[in-house]
Design a protein around this ligand. Structure first.
Ligand code: GLP
Length: 240
């Protein structure tokens, strides 16, 4: 199974082998894979080597470990399109998943200069600062920190934020959402965020800042979202 003469390191060959087995459904989603000891016997390599392969696959999000139980095959990452201006609730429903929200912060503050500039507000203006953990079928997927002008959304409430913000804006406030600009970057999860997302640090996350405007041109939100990189990949259609 392994080619010990190859220039490809043994631990990479083991990773490739396991990836193939997973792709062929030999180990289906959520099933347990053989233990380190079993794999080291199977391949005739040290447990250290096997551990390195497994750790890499855990970091990639293909496997996950459960303390005292073993290593399991993770669900496929979610493919999040980058083209449409959709809400988290819409994205989850489109996949047949049940969206959930935990509101962990809701206050009215003077925003920092960068957010104020993005929202095009005066120095006196207040914003709603909203921090929400977003879930798919009870699994934490992302943390969203949103800044929304109070003047534009004076009736925004804790209750409304338990559900879809976009539904509140469109159905309750009868405003028309137009377009957004997104900036995306890689980062390491902060300790606090890793706890909310139930991931072990160090962990890579994807940060997306979305600045959205209404059809009439008014900016209604700046959102800084932190996505689990073990649960998400991003997809965009490009042409030429
Ligand atoms: C996505 C976007 C956010 C937006 C949110 C609204 O997650 N990244 O910028 O605020 O959707 O979602 P919902 O309407 O479910 O609250």
């Amino acid at each position: 199974m392994l080619d010990k003469q190859s220039a490809i390191p043994i631990y990479v060959q083991i990773e490739d082998y396991l990836k193939q087995q997973i792709a062929q459904d030999v180990y289906p989603v959520k099933s347990i894979i053989p233990s380190e000891r079993e794999l080291s016997e199977l391949f005739g390599v040290s447990r250290m080597t096997v551990r390195q392969s497994l750790t890499n696959l855990v970091k990639e999000g293909l496997l996950y470990r459960e303390k005292g139980r073993g290593t399991f095959v993770a669900e496929e990452k979610m493919e999040q399109p980058l083209n449409g201006l959709t809400s988290f609730t819409e994205d989850m429903k489109a996949r047949g998943l049940s969206p959930g929200t935990k509101l962990i912060g809701f206050s009215q503050v003077r925003p920092d200069p960068q957010i104020r500039a993005r929202l095009g507000l005066s120095s006196e203006a207040l914003v709603h600062k909203v921090v929400r953990i977003r879930y798919a079928d009870n699994t934490p997927m992302a943390i969203e920190r949103s800044y929304l002008p109070v003047d534009l959304l004076p009736t925004l409430s804790e209750e409304a934020l338990q559900g879809s913000l976009y539904a509140f804006i469109e159905q309750q406030e009868k405003l028309v959402i137009g377009q957004a600009t997104q900036r995306m970057e890689a980062a390491l999860a902060k300790k606090e965020d890793a706890e909310y997302l139930q991931i072990a640090i160090p962990a890579a996350v994807v940060q997306i800042e979305r600045v959205s405007t209404l059809e009439d041109g008014r900016t209604f939100e700046v959102v800084r979202s932190t996505y689990r990189s073990d649960r998400y990949k991003f997809i965009s259609e490009i042409g030429r």
